[in-house]
Design a binder for this molecule. Structure first.
Ligand code: AMP
Ligand code: MG
Length: 426
């Protein structure tokens, strides 16, 4: 006899839900909705670190500015190098970095020169000091040297009129140095995205508040603060909003007036007190709200007026995973950056990985290189979406695709290394 089945709805515990988008579909929908910010600002060079250039940078100078020496030694005319035998040249003077020898080099003489110093007019070749004999105001040289050796041409690195950095370039320390080498004190950058965010939930207590039974400290605003800081967003932290439709609607309205992007956490699933999707439908537009992924299936994406809206799930790991996979690329696009190439490495899993087919999983993993140089990964243990310590231990996501089931130990799996957004420099 067949056991009768209740007429139920897909829940977070189900692995397949036909109403869910794949991650690729969700990313494509998000990307299609974003218009990069075009507002520009001028900032002092140091403040350009972590910003995106709003205009190309054209060099007005040559770098290096003059022909200079690549070695400590002697600047000579190639004609004075003997074809065979030994020749002597008189040392006429010296050219140090910052203290050039200003007279032209005459036939039969040499100028003592240090690395980076200007090569005097008439000289075209540098003899390394180790390859000559020096004494009594003279040097003795043989025929081993080649015309033009150890000379750095003016403009060898950058020439006048070169486009050295293009619009949309992210400014890292190397770009700062390059801009400084061109003598550029201020640069044009794209305005930072303004992101308003708040946590939702009656159980959430701010730091310093006493926890009653069932309460938790609001941690999502802190992980969001960290990731938004790293990405270089301007933040508007709106605190905690209780599970009350009117309070939430008021917060949504306020946030959408001041921000390019509104991010909430919690209240996006289908519980009695989960109002996010309903309010977004009422005040704006919902583009989608379910992705076939774990953790993080309920994720409402839409618009609130002109602002983009991300209603992230409440669970702390889900917040980090969905931010990493969806909000980060969206903010990058908004900032005028090209999508970062998503680099997945193959590593051997040390233990068995639990998984059921139906949705993509981002398990937290620890990647390391074994003694023989092979990449190995192990899961951090319990993969519950509330276990934030798994994100602390992990240095990568083990990405298991929709169709994958249980993965035996020793199999090759794909891992996505955390970039500087989640894990800095250690
Ligand atoms: P929700 O999506 O609102 O049903 O929340 C799912 C789970 O995440 C619940 O156990 C919440 O208590 C927890 N949670 C929601 N928001 C936060 C937050 N800001 N900080 C820490 N835990 C949270
Ligand atoms: Mg809640």
């Amino acid at each position: 006899m067949n056991t009768p089945l209740l007429n139920t709805q897909p829940s977070c515990d189900d692995d397949f839900d036909p109403a869910s988008l794949t991650c690729a579909e969700a990313l494509a929908q998000i990307s299609a909705q974003i218009r990069p910010i075009e507002d520009l600002e001028q900032v002092a060079l140091r403040s350009a670190l972590g910003r995106v250039l709003g205009a190309p940078v054209i060099s007005r100078i040559n770098v290096p500015g003059h022909i200079n020496s690549a070695m400590d030694g002697y600047a000579v005319r190639a004609e004075d190098i003997p074809v065979d035998g030994i020749a002597s040249l008189k040392v006429a003077g010296s050219s140090f970095a910052g203290r050039p020898w200003l007279e032209p080099l005459t036939a039969g003489s040499a100028v003592r020169i240090m690395t980076g110093a200007v090569v005097p007019e008439g000289a075209d070749t540098i003899l390394p000091q180790e390859q000559v004999e020096a004494g009594d105001g003279q040097i003795r040289l043989d025929g081993r040297h080649k015309r033009g050796q150890h000379v750095r041409a003016a403009g060898e690195d950058i020439a006048i009129g070169d486009e050295v950095l293009c619009k949309g370039q992210f400014v890292n320390p190397a770009e700062l140095g390059l801009l400084a080498s061109l003598g550029i004190p201020e640069v044009t950058v794209i305005r930072r995205p303004r992101v308003a965010f708040f946590s939702t939930g009656d159980e959430l207590r701010s730091l310093g508040e006493t926890l009653r039974p069932g309460d938790v400290h609001d941690s999502n605003r802190y992980t969001l603060h960290g990731m938004l800081t790293r990405i270089g967003a301007e933040m508007i932290d709106m605190g905690v909003v209780v599970d009350d439709p009117e309070a939430l609607a008021a917060a949504f309205a306020r946030a959408s007036k001041v921000a390019d992007v509104v991010i909430t956490s919690g209240g996006v699933s289908v519980g009695e007190a989960d109002y996010t999707r309903e309010i977004l439908t009422r005040l704006g537009q919902v583009h989608f709200w379910k992705i076939a992924m774990k953790p993080g299936r309920p994720l409402a994406f839409g618009h609130l007026g002109k602002a983009l809206f991300f209603g992230l799930p409440g669970n702390p790991v889900s917040v980090m995973v969905t931010f990493y996979e969806f909000v980060q690329p969206a903010l990058r696009r908004l900032m005028g950056l090209e999508p970062a190439p998503r680099i997945l490495l193959k590593a051997r899993t040390v233990g068995e990985l639990k998984k059921r087919p139906g949705r993509i999983e981002f398990q937290r993993g620890i990647l390391h290189q074994s003694a023989d140089g092979a990449l190995e990964v192990r899961a951090t243990g319990d993969q519950g979406s509330g276990i934030l310590s798994s994100m602390v231990q992990a240095n990568c996501f083990i990405v298991l695709d929709m169709d994958t089931g249980k993965v035996p130990a020793g199999s090759l799996v794909e891992v996505e290394l955390f970039n500087g957004l989640v894990q800095g420099f250690c």
